[in-house]
Design a protein around this ligand. Structure first.
Ligand code: PRP
Length: 183
């Protein structure tokens, strides 16, 4: 799906597919260098991180491995508690592994804050975070992110894995949603 396919639903395009891929190439180069001689386990957080994981992994030139988790907050009322429920756990043991969590977006930071703590408890050699987008104005906790694609405004953003009511994940570009869609 291109921005032109949903132009009436978008206020404006923030990043084109080309800009996203260019930034991912830069991050992949950095990750390749940082993990030289090691084989990181990239842990994608479903569903949003599917696009980022898929493009980042292919932009890398070194060996890596891939696993997935699915998490959910306990609902709006308890979201601020930062406790998340694990809906799908990893398939592999991460003890002594170099783990790189791959996320599409950091909003409040609560999901990653919990996940980071939780995965550290499993005895990995290291845990780092890569996130394609981050909303600095929405952060409620300080998450130590090693690799960040773009900082974005605190607006309704869709595309490249980011959804609104489960739609627009397959939009190639990233754009802000027009208010008539969600109001
Ligand atoms: C999104 C995103 C992160 C989380 C970030 O997931 O993928 O996991 O929210 O928000 P936070 O920083 O406020 O915790 P979401 O729960 O929307 O599920 P999805 O990945 O299936 O879209």
């Amino acid at each position: 799906m291109d921005a032109a396919d949903v132009s009436q639903d978008l206020d404006h395009v923030l990043f084109t597919e080309e800009q996203i891929h260019q930034r991912l190439d830069e991050l992949a180069t950095q990750i390749d260098a940082d993990y030289a001689g090691r084989e990181p386990l990239l842990v994608g957080v479903l569903n949003g991180a599917v696009m980022t994981m898929s493009d980042l992994a292919r932009a890398m030139h070194s060996h890596m491995q891939m696993d997935w988790m699915a998490v959910s907050s306990y609902g709006a009322a308890t979201k601020s508690s930062g406790v998340v429920r694990i809906l799908k756990d990893l398939s592999c043991d991460i003890r002594d592994r170099d783990v790189l969590i791959v996320e599409d977006i950091i909003d409040t930071g609560l999901t990653l804050n919990y996940l980071l703590d939780h995965l550290r408890g499993r005895g990995p050699a290291s845990v780092e975070i890569m996130a394609m987008f981050r909303k600095p104005d929405a952060l409620q906790v300080d998450v130590p992110v090693r690799y960040i694609g773009f900082d974005i405004p605190n607006e309704f953003v869709v595309g490249y894995g980011l959804d609104y009511a489960q739609r627009y994940r397959n939009l190639r570009d990233v754009g802000t949603l027009a208010p008539h869609v969600y109001s």
